[in-house]
Every structure is written in structure tokens, then in C-alpha cells.
Design a protein around this ligand. Structure first.
Ligand SMILES: Nc1ncnc2c1ncn2[C@@H]1O[C@H](COP(=O)(O)OP(=O)(O)OP(=O)(O)O)[C@@H](O)[C@H]1O
Ligand SMILES: [Mg+2]
Length: 226
């Protein structure tokens, strides 16, 4: 589904990603851990085509991202990718339901079907009774769950989640992670979750650590703790 090789990203004189490689199969959940500032969000932005690499290759569903023009990259992103941003990116003047339904609007799904699907997604994240709420009326964790509903509603082939449980209590975090993993398996979607949470890493099929610009297999976080 996703295949990355030799990925290099620099900001000025700093090399953030230094020849990184990664392959994720359909249906697999990969957790990426690593210290703050190591380049985890940068990696997700590159995969989503929101930034361009200095070297290396990113293939999504056998399509080389660099071979696409901006419009084609945007279309691929809308259709194939669900992104839970670290900073949510929830649109403030739209309700929870209107935010959730957006990917389906962009895909031209009919109004009845898209509202029904967005409702089901909000129910799945425990916000079935908050669909008409405005973002300013929602807590940080509720906003995060709207962002997750929006990332999954169009059943993308690739789900990228940047700290999706950072604002959630342990029980809600667990149910959101279970939802991410279940929808990955149900829709055969490749899923990458950036996380600092041990619980999050434990729901993954593989845990990788980003350090010095490269990914390496990480031992179970529990085992690594002193
Ligand atoms: N547009 C930019 N210009 C210059 N430097 C940047 C830019 N974006 C990110 N960086 C730097 O690149 C490094 C990696 O940033 P990134 O956001 O990918 O880290 P991260 O691993 O996601 O960290 P965190 O766990 O804190 O979210 C950081 O040192 C950051 O300051
Ligand atoms: Mg980050």
C-alpha cells in the first residue's frame, strides 16, 4: 500500500529524515514512536504530499507521489488518505457533523448517504449526541474525536494519525485506538499512528522508533521502560 525508500528531508542545514525506508501493507497498523522534534509529523506530512522530500521515493498504491502534479496529488490525498492532524484542523464555523461530512462532500457522495455515514462515524467515536455542536462547545478530547471521525468517514486506503489520543483519558483513548485498528482491518487500510502512548503502541502490529532520521524496530515500550 505504502512504500518509502531513501527519504531525505532537510530544513535549512538540519537533516531531519536521513534515508528513511518504510513499507506498510494493507490492513496493517504501524505505530511510530520517538522523541519530540525527531521528525514524526514531518514524515506524515511527506507521506500525505503536504511537503516535498529532498530525496527519496514515496509510493502510494503503486503511484509515485513525485510523478503527480499538484492537482493529481490533491485528488489522491482526498480519496485515499485520512489524516488526523496533531492540531486537529477542525473548521471552527462548522458543526461536528459538518466537519465530519467534509471528505464525503469533496468526493461527491449524495447528501442523504453522506449525512448517514458521518452520523455513524460520530456515534462510533462516542459523539452521536453532539453532532450539532460547534467546535467552541466541544472539549479538546471531543474535538480530537471529531478529527478521527472525519479521517475515517470516507474509508481511506491510508490513515495517518498524529498523536490521536494526546488529549483523551485512558478509557476513551483505548476505544478510539480500537476503532482505528478495527477500521484498518475492516477496510484493509494501511494505518500509521504517531504516538507517545504505550497503550496506543500496543494496539499496533509493529512499533517503529524514529531516531537520527531513520526508523528502526522498537522493543515493546513496556519492556523499554526502566
Ligand atoms: N517548516 C519548518 N521549517 C523549519 N524547521 C521545521 C519545520 N517544520 C518542522 N521543523 C523542525 O523539524 C524538526 C521535526 O519536526 P516534527 O514536527 O516533524 O517533529 P515531531 O517528531 O513531530 O515532534 P513532536 O513529538 O514534538 O510532535 C523539529 O526540530 C522542527 O522544529
Ligand atoms: Mg509532531
Amino acid at each position: 500500500m505504502l512504500s518509502i525508500s531513501g527519504l531525505v528531508k532537510r530544513y535549512g542545514t538540519r537533516t531531519i529524515l536521513d534515508g528513511l525506508s518504510l513499507a506498510v501493507e494493507p490492513g496493517a497498523v504501524v505505530a511510530i514512536v520517538g522523541e519530540s522534534g525527531t521528525g514524526k509529523s514531518t514524515l506524515l506530512n511527506l507521506i500525505a504530499g503536504l511537503e516535498s522530500p529532498d530525496a527519496g521515493r514515496i509510493e502510494l498504491a503503486a503511484t509515485d507521489l513525485a510523478a503527480l502534479d499538484d492537482d493529481a496529488r490533491t485528488r489522491l490525498r482526498r480519496q485515499a488518505i485520512g489524516f488526523v492532524f496533531q492540531a486537529f484542523h477542525i473548521i471552527p464555523h462548522l458543526t461536528a457533523l459538518e466537519n465530519t461530512v467534509l471528505p464525503l462532500v469533496l468526493q461527491g457522495v449524495g447528501v442523504r448517504e453522506r449525512v448517514a455515514r458521518a452520523h455513524r462515524m460520530l456515534e462510533a467515536v462516542g459523539l452521536g449526541d453532539r453532532s450539532q455542536s460547534m467546535p467552541r462547545e466541544l472539549s479538546g478530547g471531543e474535538l480530537q474525536r471529531v478529527a478521527i471521525a472525519r479521517a475515517l468517514v470516507h474509508r481511506p486506503a491510508l490513515v495517518l494519525a498524529d498523536e490521536p489520543t494526546g488529549n483523551l483519558d485512558p478509557d476513551t483513548a483505548q476505544s478510539v485506538l480500537a476503532l482505528l485498528a478495527a477500521s484498518a482491518r475492516a477496510d484493509n487500510a494501511a494505518t500509521i499512528v504517531v504516538t507517545h502512548s504505550e497503550a496506543a503502541a500496543q494496539t499496533a502490529d509493529r512499533v517503529l522508533r524514529l531516531a537520527r532520521g531513520q526508523l528502526a524496530t522498537a522493543p515493546a515500550l513496556r519492556a523499554a521502560a526502566p
